[in-house]
Design a protein around this ligand. Structure first.
Ligand code: SAM
Length: 228
């Protein structure tokens, strides 16, 4: 049976969805766009990079990718995005969130209407900065499988955004973080909303050094983890 995925307006007026299978929302109810900007993009050091290679781990409706493109000030950006649920991807064409570059996300999804195509390479220039090369690849499969095929020491930044460790424990394990650490460059960073102690223990076991990220929309901090 397909999950019931219903829209929900968050406190910054941006739209997210609730998924009935996991009984969770895709973003914080305190603000979907705010969460993307303040918990993922701003703490990730994106703007220290001239060329950024990003892994969007659990793409959902693409807010983290769109927000990264909007805020990037460097010369070249490449994003590889992983998502396993076409039901949530199908919501994207009807969305109009407040990102300058959300049309790039819509274009990416439009190219995926033939459901046989699992891998997309969409080089699109940004309207507002047409001289900047941008490449997004969306891989529709279980992220644990896809990770195994990604190259060593490749990514500068990981936006790590599965459903919660309670609802989706298989994506927050030591083994997954070891694979994530393998694909990260030395000094690369991962940002995520969770600060659960078991999650941080699993990161440490994978040679990722976690520290507190910003406190946004709740009392607990998010996490920034650096590959040592
Ligand atoms: C919290 S939401 C991500 C929200 C997203 N970052 C955004 O900005 O819209 C978690 C996402 O993980 C996806 N997901 C769950 N299990 C997965 C798996 N094994 N592989 C890939 N994606 C998965 C869900 O379908 C959902 O879209």
């Amino acid at each position: 049976m397909q999950p019931n995925i219903t829209p929900l307006k968050t406190s910054d007026d941006s739209i997210t969805f609730h998924n009935s299978d996991v009984d969770e929302t895709y973003h914080s109810k305190s603000g979907a766009i705010e969460e993307s900007l303040k918990k993922f993009i701003q703490p990730s050091n994106l703007n220290k990079l001239r060329r950024a290679v990003i892994l969007d781990f659990c793409f959902g409706i693409g807010y983290n990718s769109a927000c990264a493109i909007d805020n990037f000030q460097g010369d070249e950006i490449e994003i590889i995005a992983l998502e396993n649920d076409e039901n949530i991807l199908n919501k994207i064409p009807d969305l109009n969130p407040d990102f300058k570059n959300f049309k790039i996300i819509k274009e990416l999804i439009k190219n995926n209407e033939n459901r046989q195509i699992k891998i997309l390479n969409t080089p699109i220039n940004q309207d507002n900065r047409p001289d900047i090369p941008l490449k997004i690849t969306l891989i529709v499969d279980d992220a644990k499988n896809t990770l195994k095929d990604l190259p060593d020491n490749f990514f500068d930044i990981i936006y790590f955004d599965p459903f919660s460790p309670k609802k989706c424990p298989d994506l927050w394990t030591e083994d997954v973080f070891k694979e994530i650490a393998r694909v990260m460059k030395k000094g690369a960073n991962l940002t995520t909303y969770s600060c659960a102690s078991q999650v941080r223990k699993n990161m440490i076991a994978a040679n990722l050094l976690p520290k507190d990220g910003p406190i946004v929309g709740r009392r607990a901090p998010s996490t920034i983890a650096i590959k040592e």
